[in-house]
Design a protein around this ligand. Structure first.
Ligand code: ATP
Ligand code: MG
Length: 281
């Protein structure tokens, strides 16, 4: 089978929830003084973060600082102990329509084939059969999986599984896309291909996106802003405006601005490690 890396690139057209040109802008997600505790452990505290429509915000921070917990709070899966999250002005108190999450380990149902995995969210929303039949192949094509509709997750490579995970998240046409280290379990080459494919998909249909990663380069490449979480309990240490226009390409990686921002974020994250080493030495 011949196919382009991400299908025909045709962007699905049926977008009932899309505000359309001129209807966009303004805050989509507002996190206000948010805190989460597990017993004696305060994971984070006092987190204030606003994600605008059509904005990608990357989050970096040491392992255990609460990145997944923060995404789960925005997705309505983890309850905050203080503060609030609102989406389009409505306070989140459970799973919210219009919010989709892509998980690190793909989160596919092993007993469902690609088609049914991608259709899952739409079926959950009780979308009409005709709409499911129209939309699912469009998103499978968008992520370059046409021809693999009947394949089960165990028959796919990691990269293909994550393409399916992405198609599933996008098929419900979310206003907010939450991505938790979506490419960390994928080999370096496929990861780079998927980063640019995701950027291309986002550039053709920009929505609010929160992108958690351990890769500083990936955070800067994907993000319009990079949020650095640090400390115990963790808090927002710094928010960096990346200041690199879209579309972003492989040339972006070579630009002076990309190198500068990457070096700055690296310094912020390494300060603690270097200070700890100094104390030991
Ligand atoms: N359900 C839970 N019960 C108790 N503690 C939890 C629970 N979920 C997370 N934690 C703790 O909260 C802290 C933050 O976890 P979280 O998974 O959000 O970190 P993270 O920044 O995503 O880390 P990583 O980069 O390793 O994915 C950790 O100390 C973790 O052990
Ligand atoms: Mg995590």
């Amino acid at each position: 089978m011949t196919r382009s890396p991400a299908g025909t690139g045709a962007v699905p057209t049926a977008r009932p929830a899309d505000p359309g040109p001129g209807g966009a802008g303004g805050p989509r997600v507002v996190v206000s003084r948010a805190g989460v505790r597990y017993g004696d452990l305060t994971v984070f505290d006092g987190i204030d973060l606003t994600i605008q429509d059509r904005e990608i915000v990357s989050i970096v921070g040491p392992s255990g600082c609460g990145k997944t917990t923060l995404l789960r709070s925005i997705d309505g899966l983890t309850r905050l102990d203080s503060g609030s999250v609102s989406i389009d002005g409505t306070v989140v108190d459970g799973p919210t329509p219009g919010v989709s999450m892509v998980f690190q380990h793909f989160g596919l149902f092993p007993w469902k084939n690609v088609y049914n995995n991608v259709a899952y969210g739409l079926k959950l929303q009780k979308a009409p059969k005709e709409r499911i039949a129209q939309v699912v192949p469009e998103y499978i094509d968008l992520v370059g999986l046409s021809g693999f509709e009947k394949a089960f997750p165990h028959q796919l490579s990691g990269g293909m599984q994550q393409r399916a995970g992405l198609a599933r998240a996008l098929a419900v046409e979310p206003q907010v896309l939450l991505m938790d280290e979506p490419f960390s379990a994928i080999d370096a080459q496929t990861r780079e291909i998927l980063q640019f494919e995701l950027l291309r998909i986002w550039e053709s249909r920009p929505i609010a996106m929160l992108f958690v990663t351990h890769s500083i380069e990936e955070a800067v490449l994907m993000g319009d802003r990079v949020v650095v979480l640090k400390g115990r309990p963790s808090h927002i240490h710094e928010v960096i405006d990346v200041g690199i226009p879209h579309p972003r390409t492989r040339d972006t990686l070579k630009s002076a601005r990309f190198q500068d921002v990457t070096a700055h974020v690296w310094d912020l994250l390494m300060q603690d490690v270097i200070e700890a080493e100094r104390e030991v030495g």
